[in-house]
Write a protein that binds this ligand. Structure first.
Ligand SMILES: Nc1nc2c(ncn2[C@@H]2O[C@H](COP(=O)(O)OP(=O)(O)OP(=O)(O)O)[C@@H](O)[C@H]2O)c(=O)[nH]1
Ligand SMILES: [Mg+2]
Length: 432
């Protein structure tokens, strides 16, 4: 396996930059850069030189012998003055050594996984952690990184393996009728795991939303101030605002942070009967988006919030706009004025309070489609299992349990398909 290297810091100028090298040939580096070898795990200042013995920098070198390292391999870090020139010179030297090359995206973490330093959910969490932009994203990724999800998966797997071993033992006694007590116990345990899995699928929506944002859609008749609100909240001119009804036609989305919750806020076309083909399409899109939203803000500047298309939709908050022109006193309706900047903090607070109620208060959430697909397949197999008569078809039952063990195991570990691994790690940033 090649020895890999990459910048571990940002590409901009900075006080210090770090290049990290990982692999079997780390021991060659003191000679290549003409410096005296350093003690393991002791930061040591060394002058480093290029291959023509010209000085590159006075750098801090740390050598971490494997396997107790981030990648499980020998690792060396170069901390040097934060110039892109110095960085390039070090790169140039490293690239000339036989068996050394620049790391691909996520390759350090991939090696950590392959060497058993991290399991897959932890590796994924590391990527999420680096990409966290809100408090809730940080909290979810750090707990997954610390192993919350791994633990849950491992518990399921242990339980399934236990059931499997019970069943195998019973197959050996297949001449006799299964004692009722054992059968009952078996079904009870199967149901318990099945329920936990179903529950985790329900909660996974929250995990997915924390990663990608809760979807909130603004709906209302034309000209009520939908675009004005999104512009105000995002402090940008994302949408065109005019006094003309029917200004917005497409869906405009902005990513926002509402007190730690990531939110994708959508501005939409005003709802009305129209002859315009474009506007009609826009209205359909608005309704479609609203159907897939976690929450809908229904805006109105008169007292009428009713609209036939709104009835079937989910959680709604009613907002009376342009309150500078007149308030609508009703405890269930929020009065806001974008013009005067009033009522908007209260509106955000109500949104955040609602999002808080969605929190399943569970650290071990399935956060990726990959996890969810595996658990769904397991649920199917468990459902089949419950319909199998253990006295007649114990082999079939154990085949089902084997499927579950494999699917569940794949979430954290035993993936042997290189493509899947590449898919997971290619979304990492370079140097991670
Ligand atoms: N007085 C007052 N006028 C407002 C307020 N918010 C928006 N407006 C005005 O209302 C008009 C319509 O605003 P928009 O934000 O374009 O309304 P919209 O709901 O996006 O309209 P469509 O895109 O056509 O559906 C504009 O002239 C805004 O300046 C407010 O808080 N107070
Ligand atoms: Mg608009």
């Amino acid at each position: 396996m090649d020895t890999i290297f990459s910048s571990a810091s940002s590409s901009q100028k900075s006080a210090i930059k770090i290049i990290r090298v990982s692999g079997r040939k780390i021991e060659a580096l003191p000679k290549v850069f003409s410096f005296k070898p350093t003690q393991p795990r002791v930061a040591s200042l060394r002058k480093i030189y290029d291959l023509d013995k010209k000085i590159i920098d006075n750098a801090l070198i740390i050598f971490f012998p494997g396997p107790a390292t981030v990648t499980g391999e020998d690792v060396m870090e170069f901390h040097f003055h934060g110039s892109p020139f110095i960085e390039k010179k070090i790169y140039d030297v490293l690239a000339k050594i036989k068996g050394f090359r620049i790391a691909r995206r996520g390759e350090f973490t991939k090696r950590a996984f392959l060497n058993g330093v991290l399991d897959l959910t932890q590796a994924e969490a590391l990527n999420d952690l680096i990409n966290s932009e809100t408090e809730s994203q940080f909290q979810l990724s750090i707990s997954q990184y610390e192993g919350a999800l791994s633990k849950k998966i491992q518990t399921w797997r242990n339980e399934v393996v236990y059931l499997l071993s019970r069943l195998e033992a019973l197959i050996d006694f297949s001449d006799e009728e299964l004692p009722k007590k054992i059968e009952k116990d078996f079904n009870f345990k199967t149901l318990k795991i099945l329920n936990e899995m179903k529950n985790s699928i329900k909660q996974s929506n929250y995990g997915e939303r924390i990663r990608n944002g809760f979807i909130i859609t603004i709906l209302g008749r034309p000209n009520v101030g939908k675009s004005s609100l999104i512009n105000h909240l995002s402090e940008k001119k994302v949408a065109i605002v005019t006094e003309e009804a029917g200004t917005t036609r497409d869906i405009l989305e902005v990513m926002m942070d509402f007190e730690g919750f990531p939110v994708v806020l959508n501005d939409t076309a005003g709802l009305r009967n129209t002859k315009s083909k474009v506007e009609k399409i826009g209205i359909e899109r608005a309704i479609e988006k609203a159907k897939n939203s976690d929450m809908i803000l229904v805006l109105s500047d008169n007292e009428d919030f009713s609209h036939p298309r709104l009835k079937t939709l989910g959680k709604k908050i009613l907002v009376h706009t342009k309150s500078d022109l007149g308030m609508l006193p009703n405890k269930d309706i929020f009065n806001i004025s974008v013009k005067r900047n009033t009522g908007i903090d209260e509106l955000i607070e109500a949104i955040v309070n609602y999002l808080r109620t969605l929190d399943p208060k569970e650290e071990a959430l399935l956060t990726r489609k990959r996890h969810i697909d595996a658990v769904k397949k397991s649920i199917d197999a468990m459902n089949d299992l419950l319909n199998i008569n253990l006295n007649v078809n114990p082999e079939l039952a154990s085949e089902n349990l084997r499927i579950v063990a494999k699917e569940i195991g794949n979430i954290t570990n035993v993936i042997d398909v290189e493509e899947i691994l590449d898919d997971i790690f290619s979304s990492f940033c370079i140097g991670k």
